[in-house]
Write a protein that binds this ligand. Structure first.
Ligand SMILES: Nc1ncnc2c1ncn2[C@@H]1O[C@H](COP(=O)(O)OP(=O)(O)O)[C@@H](O)[C@H]1O
Ligand SMILES: [Mg+2]
Length: 230
């Protein structure tokens, strides 16, 4: 579940002040996959950064799962991201000198997992994204689509409650992009992970349960694509 209640966020001050979010209300039920769309500068990345606790709102309340993200300390937020939230970004953000395996293992080693647990979970995550055969490759030895699959494995290795993906297909050709959206959809359905994905592409948006359209820091459209359960 992701809930924003009357969330405001501005950047800068005085003459250059930008009101990125102007009293935003969003409610995404647990297990839903929701696309966040809207023009450049609409505030989409700001929504994801706030949900991940990477920035703080000026006012309003943000819940992610049972956690009140807007009320947590930086240390609590670091742990929350390490244990409960999988983050996927446009340019993959893999560590260049590490293999696919080591990149995916990173959140577990930071959290002090045992070697045997690490091995089991990393192998399973790489298998889920169909990258087990590339486990010893470094990022520069992978295509963009493969690198993004490794980044998704790193996001799911912690068994997150929530996945936040900011234009995960933005740097890929359309066939690799299709693969990534299908993969996020599979993970959403098989693991029941609440998923919020920013995308420019209406075709990708149509793969989700719902499309939220953001314009100038407020929701201006909310389209349900799957029937509500009875
Ligand atoms: N760190 C920042 N400092 C100053 N302005 C920012 C910052 N982050 C975002 N903004 C501004 O907030 C608005 C929304 O940005 P953003 O959330 O990145 O939009 P989107 O992801 O929809 O393109 C834009 O006008 C952007 O310039
Ligand atoms: Mg953005």
């Amino acid at each position: 579940m992701i809930r924003f209640q009357d969330v405001r966020k501005s950047f800068g001050n005085g003459q250059v002040r930008v009101e990125a979010l102007r009293g935003l209300d969003i409610e995404i039920p647990a297990g839903q996959m929701c696309a966040l769309m809207g023009p450049s500068g609409a505030g989409k990345s700001t929504v994801l950064h706030l949900a991940a606790g990477l920035t703080k709102p000026d006012s309003g309340t943000i819940h992610v799962g049972e956690h009140v993200v807007s009320g947590m300390t930086d240390d609590e937020l670091t742990l929350l991201r390490r244990r409960k939230i999988g983050i996927v970004v446009q340019f993959f953000d893999l560590l260049p000198y590490m293999t696919a395996y080591e990149n995916v293992a990173m959140p577990l080693s930071l959290d002090g997992a045992s070697r045997s647990e690490e091995k089991a979970r990393v192998s399973e995550a790489l298998r889920m994204v169909n990258m087990a055969h590339r486990r010893d490759h470094r990022p520069h030895e992978l295509s963009g689509g493969e690198a993004q699959r490794v980044a998704i494995a790193r996001a799911i290795v912690i068994s997150p409650e929530t996945i936040l993906a900011d234009e995960p297909t933005g740097n890929l050709d359309s066939s690799a992009g299709r693969h990534i959206i299908d993969l996020l959809r599979d993970i959403n359905e098989s693991l029941g992970v609440t998923t919020l994905v920013v995308t420019h592409d209406p075709v990708w948006g149509a793969s989700c349960d719902r499309i939220l359209r953001l314009e100038d820091g407020v929701i201006d459209d909310d389209i349900s694509l799957t029937p509500e359960p009875e």
